[in-house]
Design a protein around this ligand. Structure first.
Ligand SMILES: [Mg+2]
Length: 408
């Protein structure tokens, strides 16, 4: 089966259900730029996107969803689908997909190697994200060719239900809201949840106290014996993290995530060596080589490589193998639950024990999907759809534009 063409198709639709569209995102997470006041004072609008990225584009009147899906076409008439991605990302996918035209679509390991060797300046970051999405589309294609879900082709399922943790990006971190939502998620059946700190070193002692208050409130809401995690999204530094961890220890977090910038490997390893709270990270690291450095340095307790960013399903399998040698679990970052689900379902429960489910984010992110993976009672169930099960629900699509294609 040969790859004969590709399309990056941009879909637009309207997310209903919010009387006040501006209330979609209530709060944002801390970002590395927050050391500067001009960024620190920007609120939840930071997450509201624009019309060319896939985060919801929120105006006073409506919530517009614009996302791009990659479609790989073959001489057998089968199509491999992956995504969603945004417009810029699609622009990086197109020339790499072009490079694969005429090649054997089922030879996923060879195609990965070809893409990697071809993109010598793109070993990390955005180009690797483009390679990742193409790899996911190739696995979708392979699943359709063999009429099997991808997790079967990968050697699974190792179980039919996978625990998901509620990831609370975008929700208010005001104490009364945290209390209510944390209890709500627990009652919905999630056995773990993650909250996002809003403050970093730029907000000083007052901000630190608000971060601690978030942990205190969440713990008080869910009680003891329940997993709570907290994400710093690369926005702290070592002294701040050490100070925060001393205060946060009392609330027994299961992990603290990305306390420092991904390039600060030494600081991360030092923190992990001294922190009584486990350290998670790796969502902004790429390929087996990037993750290997983290593992060699004993820098993390949990690896969070993202299937759609770090190299696709082909590379994430290798990352899982590497991490298993170190007894460090892989709990993939939640860009695409569809892709992560198939990967994790084919790994030992000790190697990949659970998945991230971004509760608010996925209202927009999975907007165009027919039967998207949504946890019930805190678990994601496998289905038998061939490939990755990424199927667009046409009733949600208002506009469709081919932004790149092999026909150009
Ligand atoms: Mg994170």
């Amino acid at each position: 089966m040969k790859i004969t063409g590709y399309e990056c198709v941009e879909l637009t639709g309207t997310l209903e259900g919010y009387d006040d569209p501006q209330s979609f995102y209530e709060e944002r997470l801390a970002i590395p730029l927050d050391v500067y006041e001009e960024f620190r004072t920007v609120g939840a609008e930071y997450l509201m996107g624009s019309d060319d990225v896939m985060t919801p584009y929120v105006t006073d009147e409506e919530i517009r969803i614009t996302q791009t899906y990659l479609v790989l076409r073959t001489d057998e008439g089968l199509e491999g689908v992956a995504g969603p991605i945004d417009r810029e990302w699609a622009g990086l996918v197109a020339p790499i997909a072009e490079f694969l035209l005429g090649r054997d679509a089922l030879a996923t390991a060879k195609l990965w190697d070809l893409m990697y060797r071809h993109e010598v300046h793109g070993r990390r970051g955005k180009t690797m994200k483009a390679i990742s999405v193409i790899d996911c589309a190739l696995w979708d294609l392979k699943g359709k060719y063999y009429d099997e879900p991808v997790y079967r082709l990968l050697g699974g399922p190792t179980r039919t239900e996978i625990p998901a943790y509620a990831s609370m990006l975008g929700y208010s971190v005001e104490p009364e809201d945290v209390r209510e939502r944390a209890q709500e998620m627990k009652e919905a059946g999630y056995r773990a949840q993650k909250w996002f700190f809003r403050h970093g070193p730029g907000s000083g002692t007052e901000g630190l106290q608000r971060n601690v208050e978030l942990a205190e409130t969440a713990r008080d809401a869910v009680g003891e014996g329940y997993d709570l995690m907290f994400d710093c999204w690369m926005s702290w530094d070592r002294p701040y993290a050490e100070r925060a961890i001393r205060k946060l220890e009392a609330y027994d977090p299961r992990w603290i995530e990305e306390p420092v910038h991904p390039d600060k490997l030494d600081q991360l390893a030092d923190l992990r060596a001294t922190s009584p709270i486990p350290i998670a990270g790796g969502e902004h690291e790429y390929t087996r080589w990037g993750i290997h450095q983290l593992l060699q340095r004993d820098a993390l307790d949990v690896i969070q490589a993202d299937t759609c960013w770090a190299g696709g399903i082909t590379e994430l399998q290798r990352i899982c193998t590497l991490a298993s040698v170190h007894d460090v679990p892989v709990i993939p970052h939640g860009h695409s639950v569809s892709a992560n689900l198939h990967l994790t379902a084919a790994q030992s429960p000790t190697v990949s024990p659970m998945l991230e489910y971004l509760v608010k984010w996925n209202e927009g992110f999975q907007f165009f999907l027919e039967d998207p993976p949504v946890p019930e009672d805190g678990t994601l169930s496998l289905d038998d759809r061939p490939g990755l099960g990424i199927v667009v629900d046409e009733s949600t699509v208002e506009e469709r534009t081919v932004v790149h294609s092999s026909d150009e």
